[in-house]
Design a protein around this ligand. Sequence first.
Ligand SMILES: [Zn+2]
Length: 244
Amino acid sequence: MPIGICKLCLSDKELLKSHMMPAGLYGHRNREFEVFTLSARVRTKKQMKQVLLCRECEERFSENGESHVLGLIGSKRKQFSLNERMRLGFARDSDSFSKRFFAPDFGIDVDKFSYFAISVVWRAAVIQWLMEDGTYTQKVSLGDFQEDMRRYLIGETTLPSDMAVIVIVCSDATSRQGFTYPTGFVEANCINFRFLARGIVFRLLIGYGMTGFLKQAACTSTIKPIWYGNCESRTREMFRNLIV
Ligand SMILES: [Zn+2]
């Protein structure tokens, strides 16, 4: 195993090959899957991973977010049980696009959901990843926020007040079929990142100027909302935007 500086704890240690998108999202190991890179649509069995973290930090990611989120996604199961339960569930209220539910009603730990979303965006920012078509992911610049994220992920701070994670469970079958790498854009005076993970859309907002409305929509707000809606057109748009 190579020795080097772990990007998260900054210690000199044996390093493992880490995934940007967790292995559990890829489905069956020996089956080909479709990946949308920046330039192509690729069918492959290869999972995107690079030397990045020590074993302790890999375990930290798993315990603090990934295993809980992946358990609820259950990407190897045909049935998306979270979707089924929300479809029949009692919404607290709704807007024109989606219904709002109380996350703990569905066994969702909002702290783990937001930790997971931030860990994926941080992984996308900390190195450029070699994608399945031989090109690299786009450089993600987070400025000082990158170090704030690292300190939060290592457990030195609580969730920074200028970060919020909005979670939408998708009712449509298309969004369940795959995942996307985080893409960044500017909206509502914030840096936004969005990615799809087999039926769940995660949106991370970062910025000092975040409105109260957006903060209330985040899963970590006091009302712990989780949104449910048909994301098919947004998912298709995400896929289209990835192909230049
Ligand atoms: Zn480490």
